[in-house]
Write a protein that binds this ligand. Structure first.
Ligand code: NAP
Length: 334
């Protein structure tokens, strides 16, 4: 059946300006790290993608290595694009990245100019696109000069293969340097993609201030700590969940009785707020105006719909915040 986008798709989504750029992103974006690869079911991920767009999710985040196998998420996204979403290309913000291992030999990972430019070309081919909206350096590379990596990002924009550039998982210090180099090159750094959730708060130690001061956007990844910050693991490890899958990136050992205890306490606060735990965890990130968008994953459409409803309440009382803080500080388990 051919897809026709929902005419009301822009009615309920909030769009936030990405730093001081002209680009707005949806408060919720969808990532294709898991659930869209060669091991996954076409009709399932097609439905997630089209439903997301129907709900105003205009931003889809990919990387060269997403799958498994690596590359297959971009290929599958390309298939759904061709089938359903290409008529709406100008309504979409599609990102990709390079940094992790993609092909053998010395030029298949990290952040040299050689690797980044070749990988961007490969990603465009896999997705069947002329350009991506955002291209990222996926991780800092201790052995490549920052000038070389940022120079490659600048070249990719000048070659018309990306409209904007970003960096992921760079420290506050390297981020400040990268922003400065990109500024001098005339290709401003649009956005930083760090890991950030209630369970992983390294960005609060300086990075958020750099991004806020420099007017660079922030799109936290794994905002649900890969599914931990949901009601999914409150009563064991369900079949098919990321912690149960051999190719999932969430080791089952993470789900200790202490962690479950903490999740149950957080869930009580979420219930008092008339939210699911997932909704509260996303709202908790979106309360910071420096957060442009939260980058969620979903293995089924019902999860996406649940997560999107976080936008109904992103305001926290001081008392709620203090209670959450107390629970998070109970121990160092997570
Ligand atoms: N830059 C980087 O280095 C980097 C690294 C990692 C991720 N990312 C990006 O961030 C995106 C999101 O990462 P993530 O998948 O780890 O995000 P996440 O949102 O923290 O976790 C997604 C998982 O949580 C579960 N889930 C989601 N919504 C739920 C709900 N409402 N109720 C119950 N369970 C729910 C599902 O688990 P089940 O699959 O178990 O059902 C889903 O697969 C990636 O796709 C990628 O684009 C970037």
């Amino acid at each position: 059946m051919s897809y026709l986008a929902n005419p009301t798709r822009y009615d309920s989504m909030e769009y936030r300006r990405c730093g001081r750029s002209g680009l707005k992103l949806p408060a919720i974006s969808l990532g294709l790290w898991h659930n869209f690869g060669g091991v996954d079911v076409f009709e399932n991920y097609r439905d997630i993608l089209c439903t997301a767009f129907d709900k105003g999710v205009t931003h889809f985040d990919l990387a060269n290595n997403y799958g498994p196998p690596p590359g297959s998420a971009e290929e599958n996204f390309g298939i759904v694009l061709k089938k359903d979403l290409l008529p709406y290309r100008d309504e979409l913000i599609i990102s990709s990245k390079a940094g992790y291992l993609m092909w053998p030999g010395p030029y298949g990972e990290w952040s040299s100019r050689k690797y980044l430019i070749a990988s961007c070309d490969q990603s465009l081919k896999r997705m069947g696109l002329d350009y991506v909206d955002i291209f990222y350096s996926h991780r800092p590379d201790p052995n490549t000069p920052l000038e070389e990596t940022m120079g490659a990002l600048d070249s990719i924009v000048r070659q018309g293969k990306a409209l904007y550039v970003g960096i992921s998982s760079y420290s506050a210090e390297d981020t400040a340097k990268a922003i400065n180099i990109l500024q001098q090159l005339g290709t401003p750094c649009l956005i930083h993609q760090p890991k950030y959730s209630m369970f992983d708060r390294w960005v609060e130690g300086g990075l958020m201030d750099v991004l806020g001061d420099e007017g660079v956007g922030c799109i936290p990844f794994s905002p649900l700590a890969q599914g931990l910050l949901t009601n999914k693991y409150l009563n064991g490890i369900p079949t098919g969940s990321r912690a149960a899958l051999a190719h999932g990136a969430l080791p089952a050992e993470r789900i200790t009785p202490e962690l479950v205890e903490k999740l149950k306490k957080l869930n009580e606060i979420a219930t008092e707020r008339n939210q699911s735990l997932a909704q509260m965890a996303l709202a908790w990130l979106l309360k910071d105006p420096r957060v442009t968008s939260v980058l969620i994953g979903a293995s089924r459409t019902s999860q996406l719909l649940d997560s999107l409803d976080c936008l109904k309440n992103i305001i926290f009382s001081d008392e709620e915040l203090a209670k959450i803080e107390n629970i998070l500080n109970l121990d160092n388990e997570s």
